[in-house]
Design a protein. Structure first.
Length: 541
């Protein structure tokens, strides 16, 4: 048995109505590996710790959904590490601010996973439970590598247990290719899937979660950024993985309420992180971090005008169509119902009053409540915020984070069908997400259909940490992020009439994207210093 000092974080596992959660971290003393793996309870705690540290959710930073602040759809009021990326100022010294220390944190968990695999076969855990724990750790390892490659491209695949004194190992460390890491991920998931419970595992990995992760990884691998030759074999693999997910969904109808999907686990949830709240304090701060400042919120993630404009009119026509009925001086009337569930705008009802983002309104930087927290764009995030929960620094929010849901699986499948030329079936799966909210079917063909798909994905999955990686893998980030970021200036006259100006508000005045390098994040300089054989991503020194 390998000897190593381990800090174990014991987690209680509590069930909720729909899914369980991994809750309540309580640090214990450092223990030698031989003691940990001699005790089945400590082995369980060791695996739970890997979930808690390795499987990041969208509320992990106090409730800020920060990844979308890099995507062109959001300006974070306080930046939260996003400013350098959206102004093309990312370097090897500051890149970890955007990923919030992802590289180092990921490899710390991978080290613990390697310790697990070095010791589990000789542990005191019985054979059946041991097989499932192995599958869960394979899932977590696959998750971590999938997260790393979507930011950095190819990364080192490490199966050894490094210590701080293993300078020779660091000196010889090299990056595996993107495709090599994908192959490892797929192998781990294929081995794990038959050993995991189908859909209910007390909030931990399931067959459905592993299948959905495999589908996402193969979709990304087939996309232009990672498949420059447009190898159809990669698209076929992605299609087959996506089809396996939708085929495994017994009830293929979507939950009838789009808004409710983001407030609790529902029939649409395939795998989610849930939170107990209450006296455990186990939750997050999405309400506090994102509620308008007039409610004493921090006003964190401000939707930009480009995202607002992406929502069609309720008749299915884009606002740019002269027949759509769109009125820029009454801009929020008769829009796609998902708009109202996603974005808080001027005049929207919220917690008993109308939101005021007109100049001098309660929810602006000029307002009387919290003038340091107001929106930069004229909009606030609504998705994931429960009106029934307080805007509080002491009462945690308990909104679940949906890692995978049916609508996302349907759109993944549609994209693979589009790429392989099957427009008819692609539209069937795309239109499922629109039918749920009463939006007319998409009928376009050819490139206009691809553009409509991308728009549909943008509005359906807003704030769910997809948009950044979509514009990167489609290689359109240079188009999206090299245009000015817009908002709205609203003036209320003495008679109470409102006028809307879309030309003066500039939430990110110097927004830019450098296509020569920013399609990948830089490996942190501190890591290159430790492992000089790691080739830095192009464009960074």
């Amino acid at each position: 048995m390998r000897s190593a000092k381990l800090t174990i974080l014991a987690m209680s596992l509590m069930a909720t109505a729909c899914q369980g959660s991994i809750l309540d971290l309580h640090p214990l003393n450092d223990l030698p590996a031989e003691l940990v793996f001699a005790d089945p309870a400590l082995v369980e705690a060791f695996v739970n710790q890997a979930y808690g540290e390795g499987v990041r959710h969208g509320f992990w930073r106090r409730g800020d959904v920060c990844v979308d602040a890099l995507s062109g759809d959001v300006r974070h009021t306080h930046w939260r590490g996003s400013k350098e990326f959206v102004t093309a100022a990312t370097t090897a010294d500051n890149g970890e601010a955007a990923t919030a220390g992802l590289w180092g944190a990921s490899y710390r968990v991978i080290r613990n996973i390697n310790i697990f695999f070095a010791n589990i076969e000789s542990s005191a855990v019985d054979a059946d439970r041991r097989a499932q724990l192995i599958a869960e750790m394979q899932f977590i390892r696959a998750w971590i590598y999938a997260d790393l490659i979507r930011w950095y491209g190819g990364v080192p695949l490490i199966d050894e247990i490094f210590t701080t004194t293993d300078t020779h190992k660091f000196a010889a460390l090299v990056r595996s290719s993107y495709d090599e890491v994908v192959a490892r991920i797929v192998t781990d998931l294929d081995q794990a899937i038959p050993l995991l419970p189908p859909t209910d595992n007390n909030g931990k990995a399931t067959q459905m979660a592993a299948m959905a992760l495999k589908s996402r990884v193969l979709l990304y691998a087939a996309s232009p950024l990672n498949n420059p030759s447009n190898d159809p074999g990669k698209w076929i693999a992605a299609r087959d993985a996506a089809k396996a997910v939708v085929d495994a969904i017994a009830d293929q109808t979507l939950h009838p309420s789009y808004a409710e999907v983001f407030l609790s686990t529902t029939s649409e949830t395939l795998w989610a992180r849930t939170f107990a709240g209450g006296t455990t304090g186990q939750g997050h701060s999405v309400n506090l971090a994102n509620s308008p400042n007039g409610y004493n919120g921090w006003g964190g993630n401000n939707p930009l005008q480009g995202l607002v404009d992406a929502y069609d009119m309720s008749n299915g026509l884009p606002i740019t169509d002269p027949n759509s009925g769109y009125n820029p001086q009454d801009p929020y009337l008769n829009r796609d119902p998902r708009f109202y569930a996603t974005i808080n705008h001027n005049g929207a009802m919220w917690k008993g009053r109308q939101i005021e983002t007109f100049n001098g309104g309660l929810d602006t930087k000029e307002g009387p409540v919290q003038d340091w927290n107001g929106t930069h764009s004229g909009y606030y995030m609504r998705k994931f915020l429960r009106e029934s929960e307080p805007v509080s620094e002491t009462v945690p929010s308990t909104t679940p984070w949906p890692f995978f849901r049916k609508a996302g699986a349907y759109l993944n499948y549609a994209e693979t069908l589009l790429a392989l030329g099957d427009e008819i079936n692609a539209k069937i799966w795309m239109n499922k997400t629109r039918a749920r909210v009463g939006m007319p079917d998409i009928t376009e063909t050819g490139w206009p259909l691809v553009e409509r798909y991308r728009q549909e994905r943008r509005v359906e999955l807003a704030f769910e940490e997809h948009r950044l990686f979509d514009i990167l893998r489609w290689m359109i980030a240079d188009q999206v992020l090299n245009t000015p970021a817009g908002g709205v200036t609203i003036v209320k006259d003495a008679a109470g009439l409102l006028s809307y100006d879309y030309t003066t508000k500039k939430p990110i005045p110097d927004r830019a994207f450098d296509a020569t390098k920013h399609y990948r994040m830089p490996i942190p300089r501190s890591e290159i210093d430790k492992a000089p054989m790691l080739l830095q991503n192009p464009g960074y020194n």
